[in-house]
Design a protein around this ligand. Sequence first.
Ligand SMILES: Nc1nc2c(ncn2[C@@H]2O[C@H](COP(=O)(O)OP(=O)(O)OP(=O)(O)O)[C@@H](O)[C@H]2O)c(=O)[nH]1
Ligand SMILES: [Mg+2]
Length: 348
Amino acid sequence: MVKLSVVIPTYMEAENVGLLLIRLRDTLESIDHEVIIVDDDSPDGTADIAEEYGKWYKNVKVVRRVGVKGLASAIVEGVSKAYGSYIVVMDADMQHPPELIPSMLAKAEDGYDIVVASRYVRGGSVGGWSIARRMISLTATLMARIAIPRVRKLRDPLSGFFLFRRSILEGVNLEPRSCKILVEIIAKTRDAKIYELPYRFQPRYRGESKLGLVEWARYIGHILRLSGYRMFKFAFIGVIGIIVNLSMLVLLVRYLPVWISGLIAIEASILANFVANDLWTFNSRRSRHSMATRMIKYHGAVAIGATINYSILLGLTYIGIDPVTASIVGILLGFVANYTLSETVVWG
Ligand SMILES: Nc1nc2c(ncn2[C@@H]2O[C@H](COP(=O)(O)OP(=O)(O)OP(=O)(O)O)[C@@H](O)[C@H]2O)c(=O)[nH]1
Ligand SMILES: [Mg+2]
C-alpha cells in the first residue's frame, strides 16, 4: 500500500504543473507516494503535460474529467481514487510549497489525524495579499468558526493545503458545495486530532485565479448547510419573537402604563425565543449547562443585542436617517450580535 497520496485539482495550470511535479518528486524522493492530478479537461493541455511527466515518474496518475467542472468535486474524486494511508490536498499553482509535506507527514505519523498547513498560526503568513483579500479571508474564517463549533479548534480552517489519515473518512460522506473541503472534513469527523503547521502562503507562480465571487457565494451556502441552517432557524424564531413582543404590547398597553407593558412584552419575547431556540435551533447542544444557566446567559446575550439595536436606532436617527431604516439596521446588527453570542456563549 502506498504511504502518501498527493491530490491536486487542476484547471488551466499548464504553466505550473510540470514544475510542481518536479518539486514534488525531489521533495518526496524517500517517501512511498503517488500523485493524483484531477483535471477538468483544461483546454491549455494541463492533463497532457501531466501525463508526459507520468511516463517518467511512474507514480503520477492523471484523472481527466470531461463534461464536469468544479474544484470541490475534483478534490472529492481525487480523494476517492487515492490509495495512500495518508492524503495531502494542495493547489497546482505553487502557492502551497511541496517542501512542507514531509513535516506534515511526520506530524501525522506522530499521531495527528489532520495536519493543516496554516497561514494564521505563529510563523505563518498570507504573503503579499491586499488588505481587501485579507479582510475577505478573515471574515470567511470567522463565519466558519462562529457557525460550526468543531471548526473553532483551528486558526486556518479554510486552508486548501492539508494532510489527513485516510481512515478518518471511513463512513463519512463528503458532499461539499464549495472548495473549502477541510471545513467539511472537520465538521464531519468526530474526535480527529488536529495540528496546525505554519507556512508562508506563496504568490501564484503563473496563470490566473479561477475562484471569484461565485465561489464565495457557494462557500456561504456550504457553511450554512454544515451548521444545520441554524442561522435561519435563529432568524425565523427572531421574527416570531418580534410578533410576540408587538402583540403583547398592543394587549397590555390598554391596561398598564407603556413602560411596564414594554418591559413585559420584551421579556415575553425573550422567554419565547429562548425556549424555541433551546428546543429547536440548538437542541443538540443542551447538555453542557443547566437550562437555568442557559436562560440567564441568553438574557445576557440578548441584552447586548438589544443595546446595540437601541443605540443604532438612536444614533442613526440623530444623524438624520429615518427611524424605520435606522431600526432595520439596528435589528440586523442586533441579530448578528444575538446569534454570535448564542452560538459561542449560551449554547457554546
Ligand atoms: N479540477 C479542477 N480544478 C480547479 C477548478 N478550479 C480551480 N481549480 C484548481 O484548484 C486550485 C485552486 O484554484 P485557484 O484558482 O488557484 O484559487 P485560489 O488559490 O483561491 O486563487 P489564487 O490565489 O488567485 O491562485 C488550482 O490548482 C486550480 O487549478 C476546477 O473547476 N476544476
Ligand atoms: Mg491558487
